[in-house]
Design a protein around this ligand. Sequence first.
Ligand code: ATP
Ligand code: MG
Length: 447
Amino acid sequence: MTAATLLRPRGLDDAVRAARPQRVGTVTSAVGLGLTVAGLDAHVGEVITVGAEGAAQTAVEVVATDATGVRCMPLGRLTGITAGTPARSTGRPVLVPTGAGLFGRVLDGLGRPIDDHGPLDAQGWVPLDHDTPNAMARTRIDTPMQLGVRVLDTLTTVGRGQRMGLFAGSGVGKSSLLSMIARGSDAAVNVIALVGERGREVREFLEDDLGPAGLARSIVVVSTSDEPALMRLRAAFVATRIAESFRDAGQDVVLMMDSLTRVAMAQREIGLSVGEPPATRGYPPSTFSVLAGLLERAGTDRVGSVTGIYTVLVDGDDHNEPIADAARSILDGHVVLDRKLAVTGHFPSVDALGSISRVASKVTTPEQRATATALRKVMAARRAAQDLLDVGAYQRGTNPLVDAAVDHQDAIDAFLRQGMAEQVTAAGSWERLSGLVRTLGAGGGLL
Ligand SMILES: Nc1ncnc2c1ncn2[C@@H]1O[C@H](COP(=O)(O)OP(=O)(O)OP(=O)(O)O)[C@@H](O)[C@H]1O
Ligand SMILES: [Mg+2]
């Protein structure tokens, strides 16, 4: 990784900057995750390059500043850096590539290509930072976004510009579900951020889950668990910034992030290492403001939309841990994946009754809502009677909804299940749901 790729020429501005005499500072310490640099008046967010003259340069970003100098976090490896190593300011924040040339590409946490498809064909470079859309200027969410997953399109309908959380323990099918959405959504652009994944999983996800067809309509940003915390955090923001650039051009984007929990963990490392106090379960207060800031950048703006799908790891299936709690309060709905369903081979393992989309009622017709409610009622009745059914104590005829659920369990399951390669449209899913509800209603006189 070289710092040179961060320094793209940008016309006259850059020519003027290049002609100016450059101030050289020095590294005064490199302790723990960070380093301090004296002699530069760089601002927070600016990229500095560190390294001896003629040697490889490491990019670091300014995260704090005081009278004695600036505190930086590395965007690459710090091996070889000593007190006294020269540091040069670039005068620039991290720049992010944009444009249609990014499709099918896999980028690192700074927007540099890591696949073997050669240099990026970027149409432009934009600063990483971007304003959150003004609350009053955001268009209201009123159009559904097809995700191509039957159970999600009907029972937790997502709107364009909505932000959903996918809450699940490990190995319950989050990545597989994301890849189904990447292939099945009707968005013009898919941006996928893989943050803090194991390196081995990245290729598996790209080649097996996403496949060439999914990748062709996606832009993937990857930062694996072994990379510096700041790189992992940056990957989340770079992916968001790329999604925003397409939204600013009026397009509908689906932004998927796997996982939001690992983004929070990266911020925890950064916060603690610059001296913030640990609060809830070791997460410093900045974690929660960074999360809120990141999630608020998705959504609608004056034009276009970024529909955000964020996976949230619920460790030990504890749905009340602080990051899951914070995410749930910020997001506009949550999909819960259930380990009990996954172990029985029921995929996608969505617990439909435990999942909710807060904008579903704004993006569905009354007829659609009625059919979705009818299926939920039947499923809820069965769940309430499950104990009785398990011990064989349920008396047929006690509740027509339970009878319908039992009689048509196979049809209900067939509707809720979906193979990885099965492509469906939202319209097709609604049609199939109304057929299913007619079948259920015919037995018990439900509708
Ligand atoms: N739609 C599906 N059809 C069949 N099998 C599936 C489906 N979705 C998931 N699986 C199975 O579940 C396993 C785990 O899925 P996946 O890797 O998506 O989980 P995860 O929640 O992302 O795991 P991790 O927490 O390790 O990232 C897969 O190896 C696959 O066998
Ligand atoms: Mg996964």
